[in-house]
Every structure is written in structure tokens, then in C-alpha cells.
Design a binder for this molecule. Structure first.
Ligand code: AMP
Ligand code: MG
Length: 520
């Protein structure tokens, strides 16, 4: 196994001088050195062929003893110095102070094909930032992160990636629903990868401690290594940097809205500075199209991180980042202007995204109204988002009266689509047909275009749960099947047709399917 190893992060940034693995507040440092825990009986369950290639590794490498040992933390490669990052964050709207990599240990960076990858083990044991927890991860949440992050990549959504999924062989105690019923579960380790794992919280922690010197060091580092096209660090560059983070964050969230992904815990420590989807916890996929839906039971009361609120939360989080870098800019006006621009862009980009889902290439002034009416009817009865938009591409302008039939499979309770609701649907399809007549492309061309933005296959909550249930019994075939299918989410893939189906009834209220906690 040969890797082109780099250590840019640790070489350039201040380290915590304390080397013991004790829980503590760490000041004036971006990270602490820490070694991963030895595991009882590591076993590799899956490796991503695409990520292997990105790192310059072969399939044979992934089957080696060295691979297993390095990516479960049992062997530290020579000349590498694993570390945990220091960051803070706002959790559910409140400043939570120091958080940090409590169960993530960065191994090293790899440069390959002009790309830089940071590699990090999730669940490899405690760190100085573990606070009251154990630094471990269970199999169910590891399968969810492994499958979903690779699936998101293939959907075209910016995201951290995953290299490998392994069992640790250790048992991990978890109270899954926080109801006093703790049980042992299988421990697992995901090796995840990204150009960088820096989060909004990495900057916030220094601002909160009035440590402007380390703040500047870290922002300058970020610009030099990840935003070098913006030029040398200066006040103007910091503003451009914030502008780009704002754009990337919004673009990522528009993608989430497009595919029906609900992150579930958009705390500022879970917001990547590169605009990548990061920290797959109690995330979920919309089944019924519902603005108010959140998969996260911890958020059930206020639903702060519900589907329809994600773009607003992105803005709220960016405001916290603006506050954090303000000491370097010392001028609120340009930062406020960028935040205001986010609001304008948000409306425009959301509208254009919805246009693409409906197959519109040109812009019409009445599109907003047509889309609002659609969203309103979609909320009247439970309607499967993925099936609705995928099947909509079969709509024919000349057969507007058959529109309802085209998307009928998307209804969970089709007997509710009667009376006024049925009339509204039929009216909407008439208006949709009229609107489509303004386009110049054929039905067939429109279908082709729509099928590149409306996925046929997403990692439905119950699908991940089925893979988890099998894996718990030692059967990993479904992990591989879903992994392969989700590589081509926009393709018809008739061999996987059974996964193009509504959530089965048994999954409606099942833990892990519709309800997820942060316990992982
Ligand atoms: P998150 O679930 O990503 O919002 O995590 C919030 C904070 O809790 C982060 O600092 C995590 O590193 C930390 N954390 C979550 N789970 C564990 C765990 N099992 N052991 C140690 N730290 C954890
Ligand atoms: Mg997190």
C-alpha cells in the first residue's frame, strides 16, 4: 500500500503542547495529537472503489492487512501524527463552547492527481474533545454515514466522502432513543475523506476566546490551501472568502432541497467551510413531500432543522461565521451585504432549481405561482417526493388530462385524492401543460433533462435500516447492493426497480426509519 502522504495541516498550524489523551479545554491551538485506540478484532466490511482510486490505491490494497490495520486505527503509519481538531459551535441555536473532534481522529493527508485528501477515522476512540462520551461509533450509524456520503457524491451534492467501513470487534453501549434502555451494539469505524474537515466552529472557537492571532493564522491557512484563487490574505480577501463560503453553503443546501435530503443537525460545528455535507447523523430523506419534516427526534419539538427551514438555517449559521471572522475584517457592512445577498440568491436559486425539476428551460414570470400551487397540493395528501418528480417526466403536453395518472403511484393514500384535491391536481396539470407549451423542447428531451435532476434512487430511510438489520446478523450483501445502485441514482437501472417504491407501511413509525436520534 503506497500513499503520497502529506501533513500540511499539522505542519502549518499551532498544536496543543499537551500530549496526554485527557479531556480538557485546549487554547491557542488548532488541534491535539492523539492516537487511535487498538480494537479487539477489526474486520473490513466495505471499501469504496472510487475513493480507493482517488487516493491512488488498488482493490488489492484494500484487501491487505495493512489497509485493515491503518483504517481501523490499529497501526499508525511511520512519519504520520494523528490528531483531533479543536472547534466550537452553536448547537440548536445556543453557543456550546468547545466541542472538537470527540470521536474523529485525523490520520494524515494524501495528495493524488493534484488533489488533497484529509483522511479521518470516525469512531476510533476518545480524544481530548470527547467530553463525557466514549469516542466510539456503532455499526448502524457507520453504515448510514458510509452509504449516504458516497450516495450524495453520486447525486452531485458536495459532500465529504467515505473510503472504508469496518467493524472494530468491540462492543459499544448506547441508549438509542434516550429512554433509559441502554444496550450493547457492534462498534464500527468509517474512514472518511475530504479536501478539508474544517467547520464554521473551527473559526468560532478562537473568536469566542478573543484569540485573534490564532483565528488569523487559521483563516490565512484556509485561504492559502483551499481558496488560493482569492489571492493573498488581506481584509478584502477575507470578505471574498466569506462571500465564497456563503455561495457554497447556499449551493449545497439548494442541492439538499432538490434531492429531498434533511441533514437533521445543522449546528455550526456541522457546517463545512468548503460547503460540503458533513457529519451524517440523524439525517433523513423526504418520503412525503413535507416542509415541516425532520428525522431527528431530538429536534421534534421545535423542528429547527426541518426540510423547509434548511436554507434559513444556512443563513443563520453564516451569520455566526461572519461574527467569528469580524475581528479580521473590522467592518460589518460588507459582511452584512453578503448575508443580504444570500437571501436574494436563495429565492432565485430555489426557483431555478424547482424550474429544473419541472423541466423548464426558459424563465416565465408566472413560474413562482405555478410552483407554489404545486407545493401546496403536494402538502394536501402524503405524496412521495422522489416518485412524484421522477414520474412527472412521463407527462405529455397533449395528454394533460392524464397528468394525475402519470404521478398516481406517488400517493400514499390515493383514496384521499378526491373532490377538491383532485380538481386542484387536474387544474394544475392543465396549467403545467400550458406552461410547457412555451418551451421549445420535445416531451422526450424534457424527460431526459428532468431525469438528470430528479433521482430515481435515493437512500430511503427504511433501505438503510434494512441494510443495518442484515449487517447486525452478519450479512453485508445489502450494503454492497445499495452502494452499487446509489452510484447511478439518475439511471433507470431496471434490475433495482424494487427500490423505486414508496416507503413500506411497516417503516412508517419504525425507529431508524422515520425516527432517529443523535445517539450514534
Ligand atoms: P454531532 O453529533 O456531530 O453534532 O457532535 C457534537 C459533538 O459531540 C462533537 O464534538 C462530536 O465530536 C461529539 N461526539 C459525538 N458523539 C461522540 C462520542 N460517541 N464520543 C465522543 N464525542 C462525541
Ligand atoms: Mg458533528
Amino acid at each position: 500500500m503506497k500513499l503520497n502522504i502529506k501533513d500540511k495541516f499539522t505542519a502549518a498550524l499551532p498544536a496543543d503542547p499537551i500530549l496526554e489523551n485527557t479531556r480538557r479545554q485546549v487554547s491557542k491551538a488548532c488541534f491535539s495529537y492523539v492516537l487511535p485506540k487498538q480494537t479487539a478484532k477489526p474486520e473490513l466490511l466495505h471499501a469504496s472503489p472510487e475513493m480507493l482510486k482517488n487516493l491512488g490505491l488498488s482493490e488489492a490494497d484494500s484487501k491487505s492487512e495493512a489497509f485493515l490495520n491503518v483504517f481501523t486505527g490499529n497501526k499508525v503509519l511511520n512519519d504520520t501524527t494523528p490528531y483531533a481538531m479543536c472547534y466550537g459551535g452553536h448547537q440548536f441555536g445556543n453557543w456550546a463552547g468547545q466541542l472538537g473532534d470527540g470521536r474523529a481522529i485525523n490520520l494524515f493527508e494524501v495528495e493524488h492527481d493534484t488533489k488533497n485528501w484529509a483522511l479521518q477515522l470516525k469512531g476510533a476512540g476518545e480524544t481530548p474533545y470527547s467530553r463525557t462520551a466514549d469516542g466510539l461509533a456503532v455499526l448502524r450509524s457507520s453504515i448510514r454515514e458510509y452509504l449516504c456520503s458516497e450516495a450524495m457524491h453520486h447525486l452531485g451534492v458536495p459532500t465529504t466522502r467515505a473510503l472504508s467501513l469496518a467493524l472494530s470487534g468491540d462492543r459499544v453501549l448506547r441508549d438509542m432513543m434516550y429512554d433509559g434502555n441502554s444496550a450493547y451494539e457492534k462498534g464500527a469505524i468509517v474512514c472518511r475523506t475530504a479536501e478539508s474537515f474544517l467547520r464554521f466552529g473551527n473559526y468560532q472557537i478562537f473568536a469566542a476566546r478573543q484569540d485573534n492571532e490564532t483565528l488569523k493564522t487559521l483563516v490565512d491557512y484556509t485561504i492559502k490551501h483551499h481558496f488560493s484563487h482569492l489571492g493573498e490574505p488581506s481584509k478584502t480577501t477575507y470578505i471574498k472568502f466569506f462571500k465564497e463560503v456563503s455561495n457554497r453553503t447556499l449551493d449545497m443546501i439548494i442541492h439538499w432541497q432538490r434531492v429531498g435530503f434533511v441533514h437533521g443537525v445543522m449546528n455550526t460545528d456541522n457546517m463545512s467551510i468548503l460547503g460540503l455535507t458533513i457529519d451524517y447523523g440523524p439525517y433523513g430523506w423526504l418520503e412525503g413531500y413535507e416542509y415541516g419534516w425532520t428525522p431527528n427526534t431530538t429536534d421534534r419539538q421545535h423542528k429547527r432543522y426541518r426540510y423547509g427551514n434548511q436554507p434559513n438555517i444556512g443563513l443563520w449559521n453564516l451569520l455566526q461565521l461572519a461574527n467569528a471572522i469580524y475581528p479580521l475584517v473590522e467592518d460589518a457592512e460588507p459582511l452584512e451585504a453578503i448575508l443580504n445577498q444570500y437571501k436574494t440568491d436563495f429565492d432565485k436559486k430555489l426557483l431555478n432549481m424547482m424550474r429544473s425539476k419541472l423541466g423548464f428551460q426558459i424563465e416565465d414570470e408566472n413560474d413562482q405561482k405555478l410552483i407554489h400551487e404545486l407545493e401546496d397540493i403536494l402538502h394536501q395528501t402524503e405524496t412521495d417526493m422522489t416518485i412524484f418528480f421522477r414520474n412527472l417526466s412521463d407527462f405529455k403536453i397533449e395528454n394533460a388530462s392524464e397528468g394525475l395518472g402519470v404521478i398516481h403511484d406517488a400517493f400514499y393514500k390515493s383514496d384521499e385524492v378526491v373532490g377538491n384535491i383532485e380538481k386542484r391536481w387536474n387544474d394544475w396539470f392543465q396549467n403545467y401543460a400550458e406552461r410547457l407549451k412555451k418551451e421549445t423542447i420535445s416531451d422526450e428531451e424534457r424527460k431526459e433533462g428532468m431525469n438528470t435532476v430528479n433521482p430515481k434512487y435515493v437512500l430511503r430511510n427504511y433501505m438503510a435500516q434494512l441494510a443495518i438489520d442484515d449487517a447486525d446478523k452478519g450479512d453485508y450483501k445489502l450494503i454492497d447492493e445499495l452502494f452499487k445502485m446509489l452510484k447511478k441514482p439518475y439511471d433507470e437501472q431496471p434490475e433495482y426497480q424494487k427500490w423505486f417504491a414508496k416507503r413500506p407501511d411497516w417503516a412508517r413509525h419504525k425507529v431508524g426509519c422515520s425516527m432517529l436520534s443523535c445517539s450514534s
